[in-house]
Design a protein around this ligand. Structure first.
Ligand code: SAH
Ligand code: SF4
Ligand code: F3S
Length: 447
């Protein structure tokens, strides 16, 4: 590898889940602290960080096509960008990337990106650098303070996964479950609010597995953390994702009826409606125990919007088992959901199971499932028409004078009128489509 200049501009491209978005923001802050500035829109960056996702085959393959594109664009412009591969593909396939893609200077895992500055210096001196260590909790302590953010912000409170669902790479790419310390989280939340955030979404691969101790040493569960965050004066809304059915506690259900700032929204993936498939997935809950949990959440907060994740075509899934998933969907009436075709991931137990479902069958099942989910999403939006609710303004709409924000139930609401990003306005919901609602502003609640 050639020596190259220390980069002056950067671009971070994040793929995958919201935790990657959070990591991408933190990497950007770290680079900015080094005096590296964001590359202006439309211009090539000296340093490109590809913050990758390994969850499905398509997501993982993207990194190689992106590297190819960067190299080609660099050749055409007569320059060589410094390329760093970060995120879950880096963790899972670091060595392979280094072997397959000579244009890559750095491979850095999700637990090691606080070391980017040293790695950049090494790469600039002509030596490629790899760091996929998982030092416990070192990363967050080494990161700079939060910068100015928009009205909504992500905050990772928990990382990793000990659940080992048989299809999933996350326990391997993100390591064991760890909870960030209570006081660090409250400090970071306060600095986000100070920097302009009005809504914070708490993140974790299993966010509700969070545990910690408050300042007096009292043990706290996830609900204790949410209650403590709700005491931050200028924070108006709290959300969280993704939670796991097995980590749901009484306190977590109860908080939905008691904490005003906590939004009425729950993303609780179930994956399948068939107990045989759930068992093969190692989900350790049944369709019935899952439905019972949802009932409890609805008792605590009757208007709660429910969301979930689904996988169709898990190895061995029969037509009858797939129909059990449809029946579960019909029983719940989700406000929103994410559905995927099963993707065999190297190293996971499911990849070597019998009965892989043909792609055409998976395609057909996904379409049928999505028809049910889309129907329910539209029905949920339509049932909101006539309601009045607060909308947190996040950005300008496509048309002049138009604004876009979120309802408490995470629906996109657009409206026309006087407003600014970060305003909370009260709106009446007038019309519903599959993906958004039209509102009319009644008054400004706060700016
Ligand atoms: N920790 C979270 C989410 C993990 S990944 C949870 O357990 O709920 C997000 C979603 O991707 C999963 O919920 C699952 O629906 C999907 N997923 C994970 N591995 C997959 C695979 N191998 N093929 C298809 N979908 C997958
Ligand atoms: Fe993956 Fe299961 Fe862990 Fe979620 S709970 S991250 S699906 S192993
Ligand atoms: Fe993807 Fe890693 Fe998130 S595999 S979904 S970026 S935890």
């Amino acid at each position: 590898m050639h020596k190259s200049d220390t980069p002056r501009t950067y671009r971070v491209k994040s793929f995958g889940c919201q935790m990657n978005v959070y990591d991408g923001e933190r990497m950007a802050e770290l680079l900015a602290e080094q005096g590296i500035t964001p590359a202006p829109e439309g211009e090539d960056a000296d340093l490109v960080v590809l913050n990758t996702c390994h969850i499905r085959e398509k997501a993982a393959e993207k990194v190689y096509s992106d590297i190819g594109r960067l190299v080609k664009a660099g050749e055409e412009a007569g320059r060589k960008p410094m390329i760093a591969v970060a995120g879950c593909v880096a963790q899972a396939e670091g060595e392979e990337i280094m072997a397959r893609a000579p244009a890559v200077s750095m491979v850095v895992g999700p637990q090691a990106y606080h070391r980017l500055p040293e790695m950049i210096a090494q790469a600039a001196s002509g030596k490629r650098a790899t760091d996929t260590d998982m030092p416990e909790d070192a990363k967050f302590a080494a990161l700079p303070k939060r910068r100015k953010v928009g009205p909504t912000a992500f905050l990772t409170i928990q990382e990793g996964c000990d659940k080992f669902c048989t299809y999933c790479v996350v326990p391997y790419t993100r390591g064991a479950e760890i909870s960030r310390p209570f006081s660090d989280l409250l400090r970071e939340a306060a600095s986000l609010v100070e920097a302009g955030a009005r809504e914070i979404t708490l993140l974790g691969q299993n966010v509700n597995a969070w545990t910690g101790e408050d300042v007096t040493g009292r043990e706290l569960g996830f609900d204790g953390l949410v209650r403590a965050m709700a005491a931050l004066p200028d924070l108006q809304r709290i959300r969280y994702t993704t939670s796991h059915p097995n980590d749901v506690t009484e306190g977590m259900i109860a908080m939905h009826g008691e904490v005003d700032k906590l939004m009425p929204y729950l993303h609780l993936p179930v994956q399948s409606g068939s107990d045989r498939v759930l068992k093969a997935m190692n989900r350790s809950h049944t369709a019935e125990s899952y439905l019972k949990l949802l009932e409890r959440f609805r008792e605590a907060r009757p208007d709660i919007a429910l969301s979930g994740d689904f996988i169709v075509g898990f190895p061995g899934e029969t037509e009858a088992e797939f129909e059990e998933t449809l029946a579960l969907v019909d029983a719940v009436g989700y406000a929103q959901a994410f559905s995927f075709k099963y993707s065999a991931r190297p190293g996971t137990p499911a990849a070597t199971m019998d009965g892989h479902v043909p792609m055409a069958v998976m395609d057909e099942r996904l379409q049928r499932l999505q028809a049910h989910l889309n129907r329910d999403q539209l029905a949920f939006n339509q049932a909101s028409v006539g309601k009045t609710c607060d909308v947190l303004v996040e950005r300008k709409g496509k048309k002049p004078g138009q604004w876009l924000g979120k309802s408490p139930w995470l629906q996109s609401v657009f409206f026309e009128g006087e407003a600014a990003i970060g305003d909370m306005v009260r709106a009446s919901l007038e019309e519903a489509g599959p993906n958004s609602l039209r509102g009319e502003v009644l008054e400004k609640v706060s700016a």
